[in-house]
Design a protein. Structure first.
Length: 236
């Protein structure tokens, strides 16, 4: 689905998507986008930020609050880092600034669809697929996170970081590696994107976010996920 109030831009995106074999629905405002997502349940949403009735940021905020996990690729004329980080923090999966290359847009769409399809595949049971690091449990099949049995709500970006790190506890992940997990390569997105996601994750999984014991900084390198119980000093 394409949500874009500029008719020429919407038509251009529609033609490129249809040329690649996709069925496309086009809407021109935020409220229509929400209604159509709920009705049609599309595989992916290409979403303009500046739209009437409800802007793209509000649309993402509502979709994630409803626990809808469809991939969202945001398009915007804004290019400041704060705008990009806000969109990603709300749960957008990727971000492109205008003017953009339609061919690059199609490449991003293909990447998001492949990632989404991989997330719904797999023959093992959910219990077999769950990743654990001490009391932290990450379930890729159900897209669920819990700490000490308490459910934790994560944005798609936060979940991808946590799932990647939970596959290899105690491994140090560079910011570059985590950025690739999030968005591939984007000339507009900096390593600060990763730092923002890490900061938000600490608020959700750490008992004291300013003194993390699970999601640790390895200065000059990156971050690692560890089990605080295993690393706690033993009583004599």
């Amino acid at each position: 689905m394409v949500a874009e109030d500029d008719e020429k831009q919407a038509e251009l995106v529609r033609r490129y998507l249809e040329h690649e074999g996709h069925a496309v629905t086009v809407v021109g405002d935020g409220l229509a986008a929400l209604a159509e997502v709920r009705h049609r349940e599309p595989d992916l949403l290409v979403l303009d930020v500046m739209m009437p009735r409800a802007d793209g940021l509000d649309v993402v905020r509502v979709l994630r609050a409803e626990h809808r996990e469809l991939p969202v690729l945001m398009l915007t004329a804004r290019s400041t880092e704060d705008d990009l980080l806000l969109g990603l923090d709300l749960g957008a999966d990727d971000y492109m600034t205008k003017p953009y290359s339609p061919r690059e847009l199609m490449a991003r769409v293909r990447t998001l669809l492949r990632r989404s399809r991989r997330g719904t595949e797999g023959t093992a049971s959910a219990a077999d697929q769950a990743l654990t690091c001490g009391a932290l449990v990450v379930d890729p099949d159900r897209h669920e996170v819990s700490v000490e049995g308490r459910p934790v709500d994560c944005t798609p970006g936060e979940f991808r970081i946590l799932a990647a790190m939970a596959t290899e506890p105690d491994r140090v992940f560079t910011r570059q590696r985590l950025l690739e997990e999030l968005h591939g390569f984007d000339r507009y997105i900096s390593f600060r994107t990763v730092d923002v996601h890490i900061m938000n994750l600490r608020k959700k999984i750490e008992p004291a976010p300013r003194r993390p014991v699970r999601l640790l900084t390895v200065f000059g390198v990156g971050y690692k996920l560890t089990d605080p119980a295993r690393n706690a000093p033993r009583a004599s």
